[in-house]
Design a protein around this ligand. Sequence first.
Ligand code: 3SL
Length: 233
Amino acid sequence: MKTIDVCLSPELMHLYPVHDKTVVVVDVLRATSCMVTAFAHGAESITPFANLDACREMKLKGYITSGERDGKKVEGFDKGNSPFEYMSDDIQGLKIAFTTTNGTMAIEKSKGAKEVIIGSFLNLNAVAKYLLFNENNVLVVCAGWKGRVNLEDTLFAGALVEKLKDYLGPDCDAPLAARHLYNIAKSDMSKFLSESSHVKRLNKLNIHEDFEFCLSIDKYNKLPRLKNGVLVS
Ligand code: 3SL
């Protein structure tokens, strides 16, 4: 039986060999939800950057620049990190250079993997279906917040483990913990997450609607994957 494991923070990645694994990077609030939304609305590619200045420089090469630091749009960038900014017709055909506090950092740290795909609740089923027919063992990398564990990414990991439980066995206790947590939370994830640190952070920035949107399950049938350092769908 293939296996599935969960890395609860990018700071723990040194514990997980990934060269032979498919890594699913998740940052439910909000980086990977934005990426999936952008591809669903016709974006051509997303180049993820951990470094802000490297991302900014892509403007000179004809990219649009997107992302945030501490939840706020970066000054001078074209777009921030709200999924609602990636739904309009002007997304069609764009090459996006993207940097976020945690999500793009988690992608950067996953680059040694056999392959990297992007997960969120918005494309949960597309991710599960792909993993089912893929030959590799799986590691879900939760972006967390500045090295700390967060609830929303853990819930996504749990949802994926739950969906695949008859086909992929847990590789340690983290996938079991995530799955149990998801099963407790699933009837009302919004309520379950209401006290979580990032939801409080987003509420202070007045962006509660992003939070609700990012919890929508299977809104898009898209599977972003990393090819030579660039995300394509
Ligand atoms: O850290 C990230 O990658 C972001 O998604 C965080 S925020 O939701 O924009 O604050």
